[in-house]
Design a protein around this ligand. Sequence first.
Ligand code: NAP
Length: 301
Amino acid sequence: MNIFVTGATGYIGGTVSSRLLDAGHKIHGLARNQERAERLEERGIIPVLGSLEDFDVLHDAAQAADAVINAANADNPFAARVLVDALRGSGKTLLHTSGTSTVADNANGAYSDAIYHEDSILDPLPEKTGRIAIDRMVCGAAHDGVRAVVLSPCLIYGKGLGVRPDSIQVPMFIEIAKTSGVPRHLGAGENLWSHVHIEDCADAYMAAFEHATAGSYFYIEAGEASMGDLSLAVGRLLGMEPRTESLTLSDAVRAWGPPMAHGMGSNVRVRADKARAILGWESKGPGLLDDIAQGSYRDAV
Ligand SMILES: NC(=O)c1ccc[n+]([C@@H]2O[C@H](COP(=O)([O-])OP(=O)(O)OC[C@H]3O[C@@H](n4cnc5c(N)ncnc54)[C@H](OP(=O)(O)O)[C@@H]3O)[C@@H](O)[C@H]2O)c1
C-alpha cells in the first residue's frame, strides 16, 4: 500500500514508518524542509515537501494515498480536518495520533487513584479540551466513509527507529538531574504515568492498521510508574545516590515550559485492555525503569 505519514521524521511517526516499510508498504512522509526530506530518503521514505499548514499538500497527499497516518501533532485541528475531509467517502484508513494527557489532573506530584478506560467519563483540564474535540471529530468521520481510528499512547520511552530516535520526557528528567546533581520531580513525585516502549507503541499502530474498526479509539499502555521511581531510575543511570529532590512548579516551568511542567506533575493512568482484546496487541518491553537505568539512555551519561 501507499501510505502517507505526517510526522514521518518524528519519534512516533518515524518508528511507525519503519515498521510499515518492513511490512512491505511504500511510505510517503511529510517533510517540512529539504534537510528533513533527505533524511527520509536515506530511509527509503518518499518525501512530501510541506507542512501541516499547507492545505493543498496535505489534501493531495492524503487523496493520493491508500491510507494515512497522522503522527505529527495531536493538537492541530487544521491538519486533522484536512486529512478527514480528503478521505471522506473513500473507505480509506486514517490512523490519528492523540495522547493520554487528555486525562491529566492538576496533582503537582500527588498520587491519584483515578484510572481511565476508553469509555470513562473525562473531566479534562481546559488546555486539553481541544485535543479531545479533535479526537471526537476524527472518530466521527467513520459516519462519513472514513476508516478513522484514534490511537492514544501515554508516555513513550526507548530508542525509536526513525530520523528522530529520542523520546521526549525521559531525557528531560536526565537533563535536570545532570544540571542539579540530583534527580528531581514535581512535588512528592507520587503521581503516576502510564507508559509504553516506542516499539510496542508502533506495534499497536500495526495492529490497529490490521484490526481496528472505523470510529474506534484505543489507549496504548504497557505499565505505569511514579515520577519519583522514574527519577530514581535516572539516578541509577547517572550513578547517583538513591535519593531524589522535589522541583517547584516554577522551576519546572522554567526548565520545560508550562504544558510539560504541569503534565509531569499530573497523574495519567490509563489501561489498554481494549487494545489487547480487540487488536490482539501485546507489549514486549523492556520496562520503563530497566530501560532508563540500563538500556536506551546509556548515551546520555
Ligand atoms: N512522545 C510521546 O511520549 C507522545 C505520547 C503521546 C502522544 N504524543 C503526541 O504525538 C505527537 C507526535 O509526538 P512525537 O513524540 O513523535 O513528536 P516529535 O518527535 O517531536 O515528532 C513530531 C513530528 O511532527 C512534525 N511536525 C511538527 N509540526 C509540524 C508542522 N507544522 N508541519 C510539518 N511537520 C510537523 C515534526 O517534523 P520535524 O522533524 O520537522 O520537526 C516531526 O516529524 C505529538 O502531538 C505528541 O504530543 C507523543
